[in-house]
Design a protein around this ligand. Sequence first.
Ligand SMILES: *[C@@H]1O[C@H](CO)[C@@H](O)[C@H](O)[C@H]1NC(C)=O
Ligand SMILES: *[C@@H]1O[C@H](CO)[C@@H](O)[C@H](O)[C@H]1NC(C)=O
Ligand SMILES: *[C@@H]1O[C@H](CO)[C@@H](O)[C@H](O)[C@H]1NC(C)=O
Length: 866
Amino acid sequence: MRVSSTLALLGLVAMVAGNPSKPRNYDANDYYVLELDSSTSPDLVAARLGLRHEGQMAGLEGHHIFAGKRERHDVVTPVLHESKRRKRDLGGSDILEGVRFAQRQVPRKPWEKRALLPTRPTRPPRFYSDARQADLGLLQRQRHVMDTLSISDPIFDKQWHLLNTLQPGHDLNVTGLWMQGITGKNATVAIVDDGLDMDSDDLKPNYYAGGSYDFNDHRPEPKPTLSDDRHGTRCAGEVAAARNNVCGVGVAYDSKIAGLRILSKLITDADEALAMIYDFQHNDIYSCSWGPPDDGRSMDAPGILIKRAMLKGVQEGRGGLGSIYVFASGNGANKDDNCNFDGYTNSIYSITVGAIDRTGQHPYYSERCSAQMVVAYSSGAGDAIHTTDVGQNTCYDQHGGTSAAAPLGAGVYALVLSVRPDLTWRDLQWLQMDTAVPVNVETEEWQDTAIGKKFSHTFGYGKIDAYAIVEAAKTWKKVKPQSWYFSPWVHVNQAIPQGNEGLVIEHEVTADALKDANLERVEHVTVTMNVNHTRRGDLSVDLISPEGVVSHIATARENDQTNAGYDDWTFMTVAHWGESGVGNWKVIIKDGKVNEHSGTFVDFHLKLWGESIDAAKATKLPMPSEDDDKDHAKVISSTTTMTASTTVVTQSAEAPATLPSTVPTDQPDRPKIKPTSSGMAAAGSGVAPTETSAATQTGEAAPTTTDSNWISWLPSFGVSGKAQVWIYGAVVLIVAFCVGLVIWLFMARRRKLLNNPRDDYEFELLNEEESQGLNAGEKGVGTAGAKTRRTRGGELYDAFAGGSDDEDGFEEGYTDQETSRRTEIERRRLSDDGLEEEQRHVIGDDDDSDEEELDEKRHGQSSRAV
Ligand SMILES: *[C@@H]1O[C@H](CO)[C@@H](O)[C@H](O)[C@H]1NC(C)=O
Ligand SMILES: *[C@@H]1O[C@H](CO)[C@@H](O)[C@H](O)[C@H]1NC(C)=O
Ligand SMILES: *[C@@H]1O[C@H](CO)[C@@H](O)[C@H](O)[C@H]1NC(C)=O
């Protein structure tokens, strides 16, 4: 009774706070987000469009949600166009003039979790639990810490990432801070994920209901419901598991923890955007261990509403100091994936965290990129992260992937904010850049940056040292507000030479231009590019700063077969942190593969982001719009003087002298990164992709040639021509399958009859045996039957959740656009059966079999992955 009334009250609070407004019903309704002028009445707009006004989007001024009966088509856009046309032709006024932006909200597949399925054996080697191997001094330290802080958590001694007694120094170096009483008090981390088990005895003491919401099921609490909803709870345990007698402790075990559930079902951009700024005056840090698929060929970024939300977050969250977004770099390194092809990890507003294993080595999966800030500990070298799991008192010892690294970063930032709650989002990035500790300096690729730091595309600025960052934070002098310099669009329009040659484009940034831009020193650099190419994965791009620091902003990706090129894609680098920015910036694009696939470098746009000269003159960046980067011609025509200072040089391998010595020109088809010491990475990147290439190439032609002509007479379902192809294709397949099945059944029966010429007599006997067997083993068979069904459900869900090879196979051969259209249909199908079925398996009903099912999935996947 008490519980339910508390829940009701919480729900009421969430509603009153104007939060995700009314629960949505995507089966019955269509939803639209409209941005309105402040003078435009949402009610009048609703009346004009025949929709209901559902409320304003919390945190995003001017953005409103409207609902209407579910239709096949977008009913708003045509009306807006018509209104514009009428206004142009006939004049007059219309309430719709106040609509600045409109977007229909189509539920889409959620992003993928960045955990790794444990490989067999699931238990870590004995070595790691053998206390005799441990460093005696560190064992004493462990005893001392536990006694002094009254830590009696049963798996604390397994939490090597907090205090590693076997590999000295390979931990977060956090215990010294706890001894000073720095444990995350007054800081709040929101886990944006598949839920958070707030009833876990390890999370309950720190759970913050006010910052939590379930955007999948539209309820106030993010309680996991699917058997697969464990990821968020495990991440939460790493950050804020309480100091008690349950499992272990979090990095910031006195911080508050909230859960925002977005990964368990179809989701719209509007809901994901709301999640990213949910309760952003109290949720300080958003920990995100997910993103676009890490398959080495996806190139995907947050939609415009989510981009707006994240900008709002850094501008207005935490009382204007800025929300802290922490993202996992991604697990696709063995598939050549790179975190600069992910629009969340390469956002300047997020801190991207990769992984290292408990011996300090780069694990085969952790993605490299110039946008990666740091690394933190995770799975590899025979062990993983030990944390809390779903359940009242359940622990997990196999948490891994970059999914497990990012929350450790979030936990450390909670410690920082508990000491210095006045720091801005950029102060935190400065501190992290400044205090990260380089690892494997002798054996891996590292560069000296212009301000005397070391940067590596594999480890960013190094690994997180909690003690170092908090000590530095105590006396940190805050940086001035942000400013930026945007170059004009630099039109290149040149063919990209194949092989060792690179096309080098120089763009000079003058001291005066930076003064005009009020920019004192550089933090992030972004390059927005347009490149046409018939095989995107052949391309790689370097950015070289005037001070000679090299960022590999794009690397070649064997799996990336699409002919889409780079379409206004923005790459990011943190390697130029602290530079003045003045001088010649070089963009070098290469097509390392000599083959029939070629392309053209169309244009690019360089942006330097950093600290302002005069804080008083700093302004706020306007909210992004969908066509910010579209109007290339207009920008360039107004700044012809700037283009004059841009020189285009074709650089050949024969004359490398004019290139900075740091650019290797002799590795045509590999990212210009030294091979790692990890054998698995080398093997993985060489072998895995080749299998898929043939299938993709042949498959690519099929859907494009069919298009919509032969089906134009069929109903359109309100989807595009290509999607229709898939619908009808599916129908044809189903019909063919049914016909086949009937024939097969008929033949089987015929064969059976033929094999049993003594017909009826033996036929009956056989039947009897069969049914006897059935009855005798009823329980067993029943269970097996149920199991098969469940496993099928699981497979279905796996395919949905992505990352499985099944899906990979399934999606082979479609361009990205086709895939996204097709997956929309797929999503709907899955939402109708697979997911719903899966959802009925509520955790807690039969934990054992769920565990078994998970095990099966893991097993199945890890063996398939081999
Ligand atoms: C870890 O923290 C201690 C203080 O507890 C500090 O003296 C030390 O330099 C830090 N780093 C390492 C690698 O131990
Ligand atoms: C905790 O934060 C609140 C504001 O969110 C502030 O008023 C309070 O002083 C802080 N407490 C401590 C101990 O820092
Ligand atoms: C690049 O491709 C786009 C779209 O296919 C096309 O409009 C444009 O003209 C191409 N540009 C060049 C320089 O080839």
